[in-house]
Design a protein around this ligand. Structure first.
Ligand code: SF4
Ligand code: SF4
Length: 302
């Protein structure tokens, strides 16, 4: 069974579904959204992160490296990617966490243990566990196993997905999921491909399939200035959501924040985010009004 690497486990999360939640983030995503605020989630592999501002230049990492891939320079540490085997010894000895590795394996039993410890918070707040990423549906067997295990403990289970998976896989996972947090980025297929790297037909069709089978779905729209905050994009998304089968849904709006830049630096990669900007209050208001025109409610965040 393919096992995901986990790059983060967030406790006391209040933005990944109802109540207080434990959110488990899997590495690996079939999309490459230009605005992704978790760029370390895209690769399914272990990655090394370096935060120059935390580095005190002690050289411990370089001495610990068995293949001499680390080198101390005036601005911090550089790593030779061709030599580095991602063994993580450098991160183990770094006293300031300037060097860290992203991605660890956890068994189903280990994850369940972490989730169950949070139960008092879930019970008080109507919360539960959320599997996010990356794309958790890249690992359906593992995901179903942990969803089933959480279900046996009576824990509310949410899955945060891009929807870019085979329909059969999605519907199988739906049998063990109490709530989907489903991203709707834009309706225009060409634009979707340009900004995310993939066609959106599968995503839109899967959303209809989930709505038809009566799954609980919370649609989340990342609102990105310069990408999908124009009148046409907003109107197309409102019309699309309104036409979905079943009851009218509240939509969560997630305004873009430019926090990815710092993470890109940690990964030693550069992305041109210049064309993207945080949407203004006027853009948010436009979305609220466009969706209200179809009798749909919009909440900000979550
Ligand atoms: S991860 Fe291992 S091989 Fe890579 S730089 Fe660190 S110690 Fe060296
Ligand atoms: S061990 Fe950490 S603090 Fe020391 S030089 Fe390496 S990255 Fe910097």
């Amino acid at each position: 069974m393919p096992q995901p690497l986990v790059f983060d486990i967030k406790r006391y999360s209040i933005n990944d579904g109802p109540g207080i939640r434990a959110t488990i983030f899997f590495k690996g995503c079939p999309l490459n959204c230009q605005w992704c605020h978790n760029p370390e989630s895209i690769s399914p592999k272990v990655q090394k992160l370096f935060t120059a501002a935390k580095c005190i230049g002690c050289g411990e990492c370089c001495r610990a490296c068995p293949v001499y891939a680390c080198r101390l320079v005036p601005d911090g540490v550089v790593t030779d990617g061709d030599l580095c085997t991602l063994c993580g010894h450098c991160a183990e000895v770094c006293p300031t966490l300037a060097t860290q590795m992203s991605g660890s394996y956890y068994s189903v039993a280990e994850l369940l243990d972490i989730v169950v410890k949070e139960r008092p918070f879930f019970d008080q707040s109507g919360g539960g566990v959320t599997f996010s990423g990356g794309e958790p549906l890249l690992y359906p067997e593992f995901l179903i196993e942990i969803l089933e295990a959480c279900g046996r403990q009576g824990v509310h289970r949410a899955v945060d997905t891009s929807g870019f998976v085979k329909k059969e896989v999605l519907l199988k996972v739906a049998q063990h999921t109490d709530l989907f947090l489903y991203d709707l980025k834009m309706v225009d297929a060409e634009k979707h491909k340009r900004y995310t790297g993939v066609d959106n037909r599968l995503i839109l069709n899967n959303l209809v399939a989930l709505a038809e089978c009566g799954s609980e779905v919370q649609i989340r729209i990342p609102l990105v200035g310069g990408v999908n905050d124009d009148d046409d994009s907003v109107a197309a998304m409102a019309a699309y959501v309104a036409a979905l089968p079943g009851e009218k849904r509240a939509v969560s709006l997630l305004p873009f924040h430019d926090i990815a830049r710092g993470k890109d630096e940690k990964l030693g990669q550069g992305r041109d985010l210049a064309a993207l900007h945080e949407p203004g209050a006027d853009a948010v208001q436009r979305v609220i009004e466009a969706f209200a025109g179809y009798g749909l409610t919009v909440t900000i965040g979550g």
